[in-house]
Write a protein that binds this ligand. Sequence first.
Ligand SMILES: [Fe+2]
Length: 495
Amino acid sequence: MDLTSTDMEQVLAAATRTVREEHGDVPLPVQGELPAAIDGCYFRNGPGRFERGGQRYRHPFDGDGHITKLDLRAGQVRYSNRFVRTCEYLEEERSGRMRYRAFGTNLPGGLPANLFRLNFKNAANTSVRWHAGRLLALWEGGPPHRLDPATLANLGTEEFGGGLASPFSGLGRWLAPLLPFSAHPTLDAASGELHNFGLVSGRPNLLMLYRIGADGRMEAPEQHALERFSFLHDFAITRRWRCFLLPYADFDLTRALLGLKTPVGSLRLETDRPMQVLLLPRGETSAAQGPIVLSGPPGFVFHVAQAFDDGRHLVLDVIRFGRYPDFDAFDELLRNPPDGVVPRLERLLIDPAAGRCERLSLGPEVDDHAFELPVSAPTALGERQRILYGVGAPPDRRTPFLTSIQRLDTETGRLTTRDFGLDLVGEPMLVPDDDGGEGWLLSLVFRAGTGGTDLVVLRAADLSLQATATLPHAVPVGFHGCWVPRCELDRGHGV
Ligand SMILES: [Fe+2]
């Protein structure tokens, strides 16, 4: 299909319209056959409101968090959706205008309206995860919000029994009484522990490191001081290492705090310089080894697809951009994407003892394709995964990398793709098959033709179509989510 950037601009404009309706547990028409083995709930988060009081957010990632829930049982699908009713959201709803600065959007009214306005909105829009009987809406700049899995009602910020209380004093604590909790925690499927980090800007810049037991209790966070400011979205963890890929970045804190620029506009990433690879040892390694810093490839990594230990090496499969995509200039990014602003899946072979990081190809097919929003089966921490799934696009399509669902066999390099043309696909979520099959992939697909959204269910092994369910309204292109089997939901009830 020959697609022009104008075609795609129109589709993207339609796919980033504010959601005006909320539904509670309504049945959806299903085409095809849903296996009874798909029994549980798919939750997904993403921006759902893109303007307030006639002012559109300047950055696509500033939209208010909007949760969709697809409840699949006995071949049927029921649908619910709800905005995350944070304090900021409710306040803006009541007043009918923007009252908070966002990371990419200042308040209308220029300098006077933004000067010393240091209270930023927690958009609660990046991911939704299930752990220890809790459903959490995540946003990397602040604490999670706990949701009722039945109704999606906001039950308040999740502080993990005081674990996220700021240990700092003075201005830092006043500005942020709760620590940030990234939107990319890693679950150890063997122990039930959840690992995560938060990035605290200051002097020094700090990495906060979190571990939450299967019982939901958070240990006292660890702190690691960084040599300089950086920006992080995801991390890697194995039994031996925690690994952070730190781009060379500067942040104009004064201008951001004075309201002269947005926080995103104050960020400068030098992606032609090598990323710093920070390795923090864990387990047995930590007794004999301190932190290691070594030089990585240039560019920027939003997402880590998997990490595992292989002999002396730490292996990371990452999605690397050659250059940081300037989402502030989203239309231009779409119209004329610069070279290097295509996400590529590749392997980093890290030798901590030798202080080396080597880039490896995962095969010529995946080298030619964009790859983002990586997903794999739930595993024990650091267990190697052969199959990775994600979104992408055909090599010749100079449009967003959200029009195909892809499956990569990392051992053979074989890439299987299912292309949706002008339709925009969401993160494919794996539903494992307890009977030994590869399972199914769920994705919310925005249909260019109808302007609506479908839940598409594919067989994971070959990406063939299993079933489709049509939602009652369009859901904007979103970010991350989770699959929660019925037995987990039942266990979590009342926690
Ligand atoms: Fe992400």
